[in-house]
Design a protein around this ligand. Sequence first.
Ligand code: HEC
Ligand code: HEC
Length: 177
Amino acid sequence: MERPFFGYKIITQTHNFIGPNAKDESKKFAGNKLACASCHANAGVKSYSSGFIGITARFPQFNARGNKVISLEDRINGCMERSMNGKVMPLNAPEMRAMVTYMHWLSQNTPVGAKTKGQGLAKVELLDRKADPIKGKVVFENHCASCHGENGEGMVNPDNETSAYYIYPPLWGEDSL
Ligand code: HEC
Ligand code: HEC
């Protein structure tokens, strides 16, 4: 199977193809300038970053939120509506087909129903007490601000017409989840 570049491009430059900067008005499905890859790191190949390797082997699947069986396209549209603050894409839109093709390409060697090492997100130990924003500020300054900015505003990519809109995505505001 040939490497499906169009799907890869949409996932890494979502704003240019199906977001606010799309040339065709009717393609402006996403409402913010995040990329799918802002969260699905390295375009879905990084472990424990909700990756896309093996994903076609896990769909269709039962979805507890909607209490029904959903397709991969439905799941993508779930992220379109919530994470991307956007609209549902038609199942046969060329851009939807391209993203699904990219995911199939990444999943070529995964048998149906199999698990992929590093799929999903890492488990976080939740506190049994209220989180402390003062301590959180210290953690943020020490571990996050160097990339996401002192105020979590992120950093815009000067080459955003040909690649992702953000080098470091913002953690709050209009263009955040
Ligand atoms: C702001 C963060 C964010 C953005 C942006 C985002 N997603 Fe997601 N996505 C998530 C999270 C969180 C999950 C759930 C991960 C989990 O529970 O393992 C998820 C789950 C998914 C899943 C199911 C993964 C699985 O293992 O079952 C797919 C497919 C998906 N997203 C596709 C997309 C696509 C395509 C885009 C862009 C159009 C996108 N997402 C944008 C955060 C995001
Ligand atoms: C070395 C740079 C770097 C550091 C340090 C870093 N991030 Fe990120 N973060 C990124 C990049 C780059 C992305 C986009 C995904 C990618 O390309 O891997 C991202 C994505 C995110 C996202 C999802 C997209 C969004 O904007 O909502 C969140 C949330 C996030 N980081 C939070 C944090 C937090 C909290 C910390 C500190 C504990 C942190 N990051 C530390 C570089 C960094």
